[in-house]
Each structure stands twice: as structure tokens, then as C-alpha cells.
Design a protein around this ligand. Structure first.
Ligand code: C2E
Ligand code: CA
Ligand code: CA
Length: 692
């Protein structure tokens, strides 16, 4: 290709020119300006254009151009247009493909004649590099804009303006991304979250580490979102350290909502929506930490009286309705910062703060009053009452434990005082509880080591029709070595609560049967049993063994149960009664009229005797409603073929009345008090049958 290049090129050093020309990476050629014929073509040009090297001597530079450019070329050469400056052209390769070039022309002497050196710069590579760069940028923009997380980059050297701000970021902060990119950072500060954002940004800049923040962002359309951002300085060159802050934002609203839902479920009662026990414990601990001697923390325990009975009598949906109504009333009542809670079952509580106990007292009074209002379910009136026990602590004295314990003592006292009332904690209550604990431990010890301390006293029961003694009721006594004779109402409830009653009841049953076996054969013995003795199958076995050991005939034993036992859902309660009956043992309902508002249970078993509670006899002379009840009970007894006994007959007027009304049996101080060795008293008036 160089054979046409004469050795006398006008360069200073012709060999230099030749080697530059030959090996230069830019395509070059030399042509004759008048004929436009090629004088020389370098290697890079041969490669780029693809024409065979031996075809150039017969070609002109016009052959490298499409037809459309040739005229322009002729004129350009004539005017020397591309001399000393770059000109843009479209060239054609041997394969016919067109491409963009820039050419620089320079007039030289070549082989002793005037010639033009053309240097070609292939624009297609540059263009494709540009295209690639712009494609990459578009791709990058598309990625950034379609990322589900928000990305922003702030340039702190330019007032914190945004260098990057994607669409998700705009959504998160409720702004238009293009506007964010157009505005200055200062203006944007408010848009990018709260004041906390700003300080987080500063902290991130200072620490040089990532700082994460969760914020509640209220958008311009009033929608509230929870946004988590992580801000970090971008690690760039040493000089630019701290220039860029990279922020990643994430919408955690649904995550938050789910967490809140879960925490709501964990901390609230499913039925009533009130805070639950876990919540209560937390609140109590928190409030206790802030309690001061002048701002006491109070707790009221609220228990629905006989809730189980409500469930059993009126059904579970009625029970739920009662709980919902209790919750609603508590909510309404607790409007001054008091917190109502459902602890579980029929137990509620109210946590409150007050400067003195007087406030606790009036709050209890108000709550009791609101709970006393009638409860209606499906147009029926449900009898509901509640018991309340309240306690307060001032300062952090004793902490939550003391507060819970004291409120519990107070509730226990309220229940012990006949329910449907409130009690405020008094230190005596704790003393009583401690006393109960001591009695329990002594009772446990006595039952194990000295059961003789438990005695049975007997109170006579008369048959009015026969005008004669029909038997005795066995009443337990605890002959305590230090305390003397303890009445049953002081220790039986403790035995019942602790479960010791099972063992104690067995002992009393045994002693009663053994004593009765010594009496004339027409006399019966009535033994009181407690609800807990019906748990499991122990009672029937104890009766069988007591009868066996004593030799007493089954029909001479009467078992007294109370109405309230029907409230407990002991599965084997009725089956146990039937098994006892099968042994010939008689069953009496004790304290009739005090325990249960529904009489439907009477249908579930054939009772042998109904013992009307002695409270109905007190003041009967002047109490007309009691008289109506008495008559109704006698009617019930007759209807069911059961004997009807009047308890607590103390005066001959009462005796007159009960015999006139038709009671079949009587019992009371008038005929004899319970005694260790009962006398065989005579009936003070003639038998009714005899009297006619
Ligand atoms: P309860 O079964 O209703 O027994 C009758 C109670 O009334 C006895 O009191 C008796 O002394 C008393 N009483 C009898 N007549 C009169 C009267 O005319 N006027 C007055 N004011 N009271 C009279 P006590 O012995 O103190 O027993 C009280 C309660 O203790 C009993 O009431 C019974 O519920 C329970 N109890 C007694 N012994 C036992 C027992 O062995 N086992 C169980 N589970 N409970 C027992
Ligand atoms: Ca009794
Ligand atoms: Ca009784």
C-alpha cells in the first residue's frame, strides 16, 4: 500500500511520517486534491473500510461515500472545508454499510506533489459508547424508580439538595419525586419526615454510620404512614467525605398495623375488648413506678356474684351478654383516667390514681351503683350483683404485690359480707387472712396427729306429726387445745377452701354414724356435707365404709346438701346422690331459699326433705312476704312428696305458726341446742295429729 508513497515526502523526516502513518490507530489516507485519487491508505483505514488494498489505486475518495454526499465532498475539497477543522461525514464500507465519521484534512507535500492527508475518526464507536452510557443511565433510573424501597441521596455540599429521589420515596413522604429533585434541600427538610429526621441525618453524618428511624408521616392527603429510614454517609473520596447522605426508606405501615393488631390481641380480652391481665400487670408496674406518697395508686377487684349460676340458669350467651354489659358499664364509669380491665372469667378490675382513700370509696360506690342497675338479655331481666374489693398504695410501698394482695383481701371480705357490696382494704383483713392461714396449718396438723380434737355435737329434730323426736343433726366442733371450742362457721369454710373438708367430712361422717348406731333404732342422724366432697367418687365410698364400720342402717342416715351445690358443675353430683339413695340414705336440701334463684333443680332429683333456712323464721310474726315464702315452700314439699323442716325455731309463737302452716319437722333452740351428749327432750306441744 505504500508503494505509491514516494520517499521524498516533505516531512522533516520522511521515515518518521511513514511509520506514524502506517501504524497510527486512526484510519488515514492521502489523496490528490484535483483527481481525488488515493495516493496512500494506512492499515487502520484498510481494516475499517474493508476494501481490498489493491483496489485503492483505481478508487477516488468519492468511492468511500454514498452518492448523496459526493457533491458536497467535491465542493468541500474545492473550498478546502475540512482543512484544519473536523467535518462530519457519512462513509460507506466495502460491504455497503454506512457509518458516521469525523474527518480532519491537512495539506501536505506527498511524493513531490500537493496532497491532502485525511484523518478519520469513526463516530459509530463513540456513538455506541454514548448510547450505552445513556442506556445504562435509563436502566439505572428505571431500576431506582421501580424499586419498592425509597432511595434518596442528598448532596450536602449543595444545601442538601437531592441528587437521587425515587418514586417510592415520593410515595413514602407524600411528595412528588420530580419536584423533590428540582427543589433545594432546605425546602425539602419538612417533606422528608419530622424534626427527628433532621437530627438523625446529622447524627448519621457525624457518626459516619447508619442511623435508622421510624416515623409517623402524615401525607398531604391526610393518610398516615409509618416510614422506616436508614441514613448513612456514602463512602466516597477522602475530600468528599460527608458530602452525600444516602437514605433508604421503607413503608412499614402494614408491618406496624399487623404488629399493633397482634399486640392488641395479646393485650386485650377477646370478648369485651377491655385490657387483659397481661396488660393490667404492665400498666400496674408502670403506674407504680410513678406513684408518689401524694398520688396513690388504687386497684378495685370486681367479681360478678354467682356468675356460674347465671351461665347455668340463663345460658352461656346470657353469661357473655352480662360480661359485655359489665365491661360497657365499667368503660362508661371510667372516664377520668381510670383503667377498666378484664382479668378473666367473671373477674374485672379498675386501676386508678387518687390522692386519698376517700376517692377509692366514692369510685367503688359509683361502680357498684352502675352495676346494680338491671341487666336485660333478650327481654328478660337477669339478676346480677357484683362484689368489689379495693386497695391503695402510696409511694412505691410494698409494690404491686401488696396492692394485689390487699385488694384480694378486700374482695374476700366483700364476699364474706354477703356480696353485692364493696369493701376497702383494712389491715384487720390481712390479720384475718393470716389467722385463717394459721388455723389451716393447725387444722392440717390436728387432722394428721390428733383427730380427736374434732367433735360432733347433736341437735334434736322433731317430727311435728308424730309429736316426737325423729333424730339429730350432726354439727361439727373443733375442740382446740389452746383456743377452746371453735364453731364450725370459723373452720368449715377454711377446710372447704383448702380441700381439707374431704378428710374432715369423712371423720365427721364416721363419728356421726358411730354415735347414731348407739341410739334407739327409730332415730336418724343428719350429716352436713360440702360441695367439695362431691368431687371424685370419694363420698359414696366414705358413706359405705361409715355405715359398715358403725353398723348403722342406710335409711337412718340423712345427708344435707345445699342449693348452691347445683351451681357447681360437678359432673357426678346427681349420680352421687343417686348412688347414696341406692344405699337407702336420705337426702335433704339445707338452708332452702338462700342459695339459688331457680327452682328447676328440684326436678333433677327426688329429695326426701327440704329444710327452710332459719332466716325466714326470724321476725315472721310481722313479716308477711316471709309467710308467703313459707307457704310456697310447704306447697313445694307437698308437691314433691318431701318432708318440710323449719330451722331455727326459738319461740313457742314460731312453733305455733310453723305447726299451723303445716311443717312436718322442726329444729331449733326451743327444743335443744347442739350438744356433745344430747338429751332426749320431749316435744313441748302435743303432736298435731294428736291435737287434731
Ligand atoms: P346448718 O347446717 O344450717 O346448721 C344449723 C346451724 O344453726 C347450727 O350452727 C346450729 O347451731 C344453728 N341453730 C340451730 N338452731 C338454732 C336456733 O334456734 N337459732 C339459732 N340462731 N341458730 C340455731 P352451727 O353448729 O354453728 O353450724 C353452722 C353451720 O356450719 C351449719 O349450718 C353448717 O352449714 C355448718 N356445719 C356444721 N357442721 C358441719 C359439718 O360437719 N360439715 C359441714 N360441711 N358443715 C357443717
Ligand atoms: Ca344443716
Ligand atoms: Ca341449715
Amino acid at each position: 500500500m505504500f508503494k505509491n508513497i514516494p520517499a521524498s515526502a516533505s516531512l522533516q523526516d520522511d521515515s518518521d511520517f511513514r511509520s506514524i502513518f502506517k501504524f497510527h490507530p486512526s484510519p488515514m489516507w492521502v489523496y490528490e486534491p484535483d483527481t481525488l485519487r488515493f495516493l496512500a491508505v494506512n492499515r487502520a483505514a484498510l481494516q475499517l473500510y474493508g476494501y481490498p488494498a489493491d483496489s485503492y489505486p483505481s478508487m477516488t475518495v468519492l468511492d468511500l461515500r454514498p452518492e448523496s454526499e459526493r457533491q458536497r465532498m467535491r465542493e468541500a475539497v474545492r473550498r478546502r472545508d475540512d482543512i484544519e477543522r473536523a467535518e462530519k461525514w457519512t462513509h460507506r464500507k466495502a460491504d455497503g454499510s454506512l457509518f458516521e465519521v469525523l474527518t480532519y484534512g491537512r495539506e501536505i507535500r506527498f511524493g513531490g506533489q500537493n496532497a491532502i492527508l485525511a484523518i478519520v475518526q469513526d463516530q459509530s464507536e463513540l456513538q455506541s459508547a454514548r448510547q450505552t452510557a445513556s442506556d445504562t443511565r435509563a436502566l439505572y433510573d428505571a431500576i431506582v424508580d421501580h424499586l419498592p424501597i425509597g432511595i434518596f441521596v442528598r448532596d450536602m455540599h449543595y444545601d442538601g439538595r437531592f441528587a437521587v429521589f425515587n418514586a417510592a420515596c415520593g410515595d413514602h413522604f407524600g411528595v412528588d419525586a420530580s419536584q423533590a429533585l428540582a427543589n433545594k434541600g432546605e425546602q425539602m427538610l419538612g417533606w422528608l419526615g419530622t424534626d427527628a429526621s433532621l437530627s438523625t441525618e446529622k447524627a448519621a453524618l457525624q457518626a459516619g454510620s447508619a442511623v435508622t428511624l421510624e416515623e409517623r408521616i402524615c401525607g398531604s392527603d391526610e393518610t398516615v404512614r409509618f416510614i422506616r429510614t436508614t441514613r448513612q454517609t456514602l463512602p466516597v473520596s477522602e475530600d468528599e467525605h460527608g458530602r452525600y447522605v444516602l437514605g433508604l426508606s421503607q413503608d412499614i405501615s402494614s408491618e406496624r398495623a399487623a404488629a399493633e393488631r397482634l399486640s392488641h390481641i395479646a393485650l386485650h380480652d377477646g370478648l369485651t375488648g377491655l385490657p387483659n391481665r397481661a396488660n393490667f400487670t404492665e400498666v400496674l408496674d408502670r403506674r407504680l413506678r410513678h406513684a408518689t406518697p401524694s398520688a396513690g395508686l388504687g386497684l378495685i377487684y370486681i367479681d360478678v356474684d354467682n356468675f356460674k349460676m347465671i351461665n347455668d340458669t340463663w345460658g352461656h350467651s346470657a353469661g357473655d351478654a352480662v360480661l359485655l354489659e359489665v365491661a360497657a358499664r365499667l368503660r362508661r364509669q371510667c372516664s377520668r383516667g381510670e383503667l377498666p380491665v378484664r382479668l378473666g372469667g367473671d373477674e374485672f378490675a379498675v386501676v386508678f390514681s387518687a390522692p386519698a382513700e376517700a376517692q377509692a370509696e366514692s369510685l367503688c360506690g359509683e361502680i357498684l351503683k352502675t352495676l346494680e342497675k338491671p341487666f336485660c338479655f333478650e327481654n328478660r331481666l337477669i339478676p346480677v350483683t357484683c362484689s368489689l374489693g379495693a386497695a391503695m398504695v402510696f409511694g412505691t410501698d410494698g409494690g404491686a404485690e401488696a396492692l394485689l394482695r390487699n385488694a384480694d383481701f378486700a374482695l374476700y371480705a366483700a364476699k364474706g359480707s354477703g356480696r353485692n357490696c364493696f369493701r376497702l382494704f383494712k389491715p384487720e383483713m390481712r390479720m384475718k387472712a393470716e389467722e385463717r392461714a394459721v388455723l389451716l396449718s393447725e387444722m392440717t396438723h390436728a387432722l394428721a396427729h390428733d383427730p380427736a380434737q374434732f367433735e360432733v355435737f347433736f341437735q334434736p329434730v322433731f317430727d311435728v306429726f308424730e309429736g316426737s323426736l325423729s333424730g339429730y343433726e350432726a354439727l361439727a366442733r373443733w375442740n382446740h387445745p389452746d383456743r377452746g371450742m371453735i364453731p364450725p362457721l370459723q373452720f368449715i369454710p377454711i377446710a372447704e377452701e383448702s380441700g381439707l373438708i374431704v378428710q374432715l367430712g369423712e371423720l365427721i361422717l364416721d363419728k356421726s354414724c358411730t354415735a347414731a348406731a348407739e341410739w334407739p333404732s327409730e332415730l336418724t342422724v343428719a350429716v352436713n356435707v360440702s360441695a367439695r366432697q362431691f368431687d371424685g367418687c370419694g363420698l359414696v365410698a366414705s358413706v359405705v365404709s361409715a355405715l359398715d364400720r358403725s353398723g348403722l342402717a342406710g335409711p337412718r342416715l340423712e345427708i344435707e346438701i345445699t342449693e348452691s351445690m347445683f351451681i357447681r358443675d360437678t359432673v357426678n353430683f346427681i349420680p352421687t346422690l343417686r348412688s347414696l339413695k341406692a344405699l337407702g340414705v336420705r337426702i335433704a336440701i339445707d338452708d332452702f331459699g338462700t342459695g339459688y334463684s331457680s327452682l328447676s333443680y328440684l326436678r333433677s332429683f327426688e329429695f326426701d326433705k327440704i329444710k327452710l333456712d332459719r332466716s325466714f323464721l326470724a321476725g315472721i310474726e310481722s313479716n308477711a312476704p316471709n309467710l308467703s315464702i313459707i307457704r310456697a315452700v310447704i306447697g313445694i314439699g307437698r308437691g314433691f312428696g318431701a318432708a318440710v323442716l323449719a330451722e331455727g325455731v326459738e319461740t313457742s309463737d314460731q312453733l305455733d305458726l310453723v305447726t299451723k302452716e303445716g311443717f312436718s319437722h322442726v329444729q331449733g333452740y326451743l327444743f335443744g341446742k347442739p350438744a356433745r351428749h344430747p338429751a332426749r327432750p320431749a316435744f313441748p306441744i302435743p303432736a298435731r295429729r294428736v291435737a287434731g
